[in-house]
Write a protein that binds this ligand. Structure first.
Ligand SMILES: NC(=O)c1ccc[n+]([C@@H]2O[C@H](COP(=O)([O-])OP(=O)(O)OC[C@H]3O[C@@H](n4cnc5c(N)ncnc54)[C@H](OP(=O)(O)O)[C@@H]3O)[C@@H](O)[C@H]2O)c1
Length: 379
């Protein structure tokens, strides 16, 4: 008997009933091997929020999904809390700043999402370590920022031990720890590494009530800056409460017309481009564009040339040392993630809907352990 491979089909030369029997046997055999491999690696299932096409919050569904297996240099993390971030909204809906559409499709899937599980940050516990792992132990309580690697909207994920992972401060909850890194690392990278913020400098943060803005207010205060926060009327009090020295209600006042100048202006909204704010920058002022279209990002080093001022844009880096720094601040009570609402995993589509408004107050947290059918709970 000859077995020939024709594409994916097996062609057999014996009579049809013998072929069918053999096909059945082969199927059983192959299925047995696959199932055996899964079982021998303890491959269980988990609950995860998955999406298979770009679109509105409804494309996200909570389903059973195979649990990932850690490689030799990886840890398996049981996730207790995560967030739906503005990055999840942008990737899920392809609502990206002008010019980035094709780049985002190339990174995350041209026609449909390549990675079906979103989620950029987490807090949880290490439950398995690969045989080459030396930095972490089973039982370590951690928070992490996989960022564009995604995968946090699930009960388990794996990460290399070299990924941005840090021990969770013992004095904060998993929910608070889960919301430390997306805003915290972005604010830190822009303020410290790109903006080189100095003690005593005047800084204005546009979008001070969002995840990045609220982290930036607290981190800028930690570095000794004098902070002005720009937000809407309903958020004035909360922005004051996290440390802003002054607040400006953008529905009532245009900060570019108040005669003030700032050493640093950080735009987390996309409404403070160079052309609008250049006269509000002091002589050596820096404009930090956390959000910008592709053209403004590419032109950032050029537009301010020869004027003593600078424009800095681009993606924030995800660094282990920044997570450790944020953990120290959180432990000392100097940085507390602002949390808008907490939802159970089963209500994650509702969480996406809130994030899509562009008006969440700080972070939107997902609790993995709570009843997946339970109601959204106020954070
Ligand atoms: N470059 C990077 O690496 C990087 C990293 C992280 C995030 N990002 C981007 O940064 C942006 C902010 O992220 P996020 O997570 O902080 O978003 P977010 O939590 O949704 O915050 C947006 C905030 O903007 C405020 N806002 C809306 N319109 C405003 C206006 N006209 N003037 C002033 N404030 C206004 C809202 O406050 P009110 O409700 O008071 O209006 C809201 O709190 C997103 O576009 C995200 O894609 C970039």
């Amino acid at each position: 008997m000859v077995i020939m491979l024709d594409g994916n089909d097996l062609l057999l030369t014996r009579p049809v009933n013998a072929q069918a029997a053999l096909r059945g046997l082969l199927k059983k055999y192959i299925f047995g091997i696959v199932a055996g491999l899964c079982c021998s690696h303890g491959r269980d299932s988990m609950k995860a929020a998955v999406y298979h096409k770009y679109g509105p919050p409804e494309v996200v569904e909570v389903k059973e999904y195979p649990q990932p297996m850690p490689k030799d240099d990886e840890v398996l993390i049981k996730i207790h809390a995560t967030t739906v971030s503005s990055a999840d909204w942008r990737i899920r809906s392809l609502s990206v700043p002008t010019g980035f559409g094709l780049l985002v499709r190339l990174a995350f899937g041209i026609y449909r999402p390549r990675k079906p599980i979103l989620g950029t940050e987490l807090a949880g516990e290490i439950v398995t370590v690969g045989k080459n792992v030396t930095r972490f132990n089973v039982g370590d309580r951690i928070f992490a920022h996989p960022g564009s690697r995604l995968g946090c909207h699930a009960q388990y994920t794996t990460l290399s031990e070299d990924a941005p992972i840090a021990l969770k401060p013992t004095n904060i909850s998993y929910e608070e720890a889960a919301a430390l890194s997306f805003g915290g690392t972005t604010a830190l990278d822009f303020l410290k590494n790109k903006g080189r913020i100095q003690r005593g400098e005047k800084i204005l943060i546009n979008g001070a009530s969002g995840t990045v803005g609220s982290a930036a207010v607290q981190i800028a205060k930690h570095f000794g800056a004098e902070v002005t926060g720009v937000c809407s009327t309903t958020n004035l009090e909360v922005v004051r409460s996290i440390g802003a020295d002054k607040v400006i209600d953008y529905t009532q006042e245009d900060f570019t017309h108040n005669g003030e100048t700032y050493d640093v202006i950080m735009d987390t909204v996309g409404t403070a481009p160079w052309a609008r704010v250049k006269t509000s920058l002091s002589d050596h002022g820096r404009l930090l564009l956390v959000v910008a279209g592709l053209r403004d990002t590419l032109l950032a080093p050029l537009v301010s040339r020869g004027r003593g001022k600078s424009v800095l844009a681009g993606a924030a880096k995800e660094r282990v040392e920044d997570l450790r720094f944020l953990a120290e601040l959180a432990k000392a009570g100097k940085f507390k993630a602002l949390i808008d609402r907490c939802y159970p995993l089963g209500k994650i589509a509702e969480a996406h809907t809130l994030v899509d408004t562009g008006h969440k107050r700080g972070s939107v947290v997902i609790r993995m352990d709570s009843d997946t059918d339970g109601a959204a709970v106020q954070g």
